[in-house]
Design a protein around this ligand. Sequence first.
Ligand code: SF4
Length: 329
Amino acid sequence: MVKSNISKKILFWYDNNKRILPWRKNTSKEQKLYFTFVSEFMLQQTQVSTVIPYFKRFVQKIPNFKKLSKTNDQTLMKLWEGLGYYSRARNLKKSAIMINGKFGGILPSNFEDLKSLPGVGDYTSTAIMAIAFNQKFIPLDGNVERILKRVLFLRSDGDISKENIQISKNFFGLSEKASDYAQAIMELGALVCRPTSPLCEKCPISMNCISYKRKDFFLIKKTKKNKIKYFEANIYINENKMLLVRNKKFNFLKNLLIFPMNEIDKSKFNSSAKVKTKIKISNIDMNIVINKNKIKSTNKGVILNRKNITSEVIPSFTKKLFRVASSNV
Ligand code: SF4
């Protein structure tokens, strides 16, 4: 009874407060499946406000799974340029190829088949089951986890373990309106139960919330350590030309254009007197020594004219390194 009250309160709030987002448009069933799939890939590790313009451009140019499966990599990467985590784009296309082949062009509607698609893990599969197929699943993203930590006042390491958070999802109960309910809980976390300064006076479940009763909203986080690595980057520039290589060497930014780089040890990094910078990329804290050189005829790689690089996909990482090199060396 209490749980159905909670779902009613949250759904009522959602009906009156949800954001208008391009992937929530009332469209055909086929388009809803495609929009949900693309948006869920884009939203992995990325905020809604960043995703919106990318999503609009993407679905305008590539409106369905069939077209996606046939889109060339250069066009795909260009549409993804700046969004980061480029493996998502590659997996999106691989998934479309599999949907067109193995699944007859239709997004599968069961958890295991969804999970067999490249780039679809437990979370994405759960989200698609709920949002696209109205099945009674509650996806556990950062927003949902934050609400649970607060309403149930989860504070110890055991409380916030993956297993306990999964069990704690029972707090929400389930709803026949599964698609709306999944989105409503995530929306409540994003708009009201914000990481800092939660807007409890606007919250439909404040009466069920232990943190609210205690006026203590502190969140315990699992400590996740980034890897610390050291690199030497060779920035080759001649007037308007620069030399980049297609990255086959490192696990980050695979097949994208980066400056030639080597991993070095900490002592070499510390003893270098050259310009240094720090860039964080996924879970790596990169410490980089910058060497600036002139391009020689013996250099191998892709030579780009800096004034005319719009046809190439240049990751933000490469642009940042270039800016540091230009302003400091
Ligand atoms: S009452 Fe406040 S802390 Fe509790 S769930 Fe709502 S917004 Fe979050």
